[in-house]
Design a protein around this ligand. Structure first.
Ligand SMILES: [Zn+2]
Length: 126
């Protein structure tokens, strides 16, 4: 396993966003939609130790706010304002974008936490 100094943040973010282990880039980090594997099947990197908790949800909501804000402004100025249609389309678009972004953001945040060496293990577990 490479030392803490050799952890490249860009590589770890990209590997995590792709659902790959930030350490080796080969093993999967998810076993299902959002459930993390306990460890990488390829390099045995402990993945649960770097689980990002609620961070991906907050980051996904923030990103959706940045994306959907301008889209709502454009939709409100270009198309005639139909509140019901705008609400229905907005709910569907937000749901789809949230489901797509959440997994990517969780993987990227796991890679980021792994790069920094931050984990949720107690001192006697490390
Ligand atoms: Zn691995």
């Amino acid at each position: 396993m490479p030392g803490k100094q050799s952890r490249d943040i860009g590589t770890a973010l990209r590997r995590g966003a792709m659902g790959r282990c930030p350490n080796c880039g080969v093993g999967q980090i998810f076993q299902g939609y959002l459930t993390l594997c306990p460890a990488c099947a390829y390099c045995d990197q402990n993945l649960h130790a770097h689980a990002p908790a609620a961070g991906p949800a907050f980051m996904t909501v923030a990103l959706l706010g940045l994306i959907i804000g301008p889209l709502l402004w454009v939709a409100g100025t270009v198309f005639p304002p139909d509140s019901l249609a705008l609400a229905l389309v907005g709910i569907v678009v937000l749901t789809i974008l949230a489901l797509l972004l959440l997994r990517v953001v969780k993987g990227a945040m796991l890679g980021y936490l792994w790069t920094l060496g931050l984990n949720n293990l107690r001192k006697d577990e490390q």
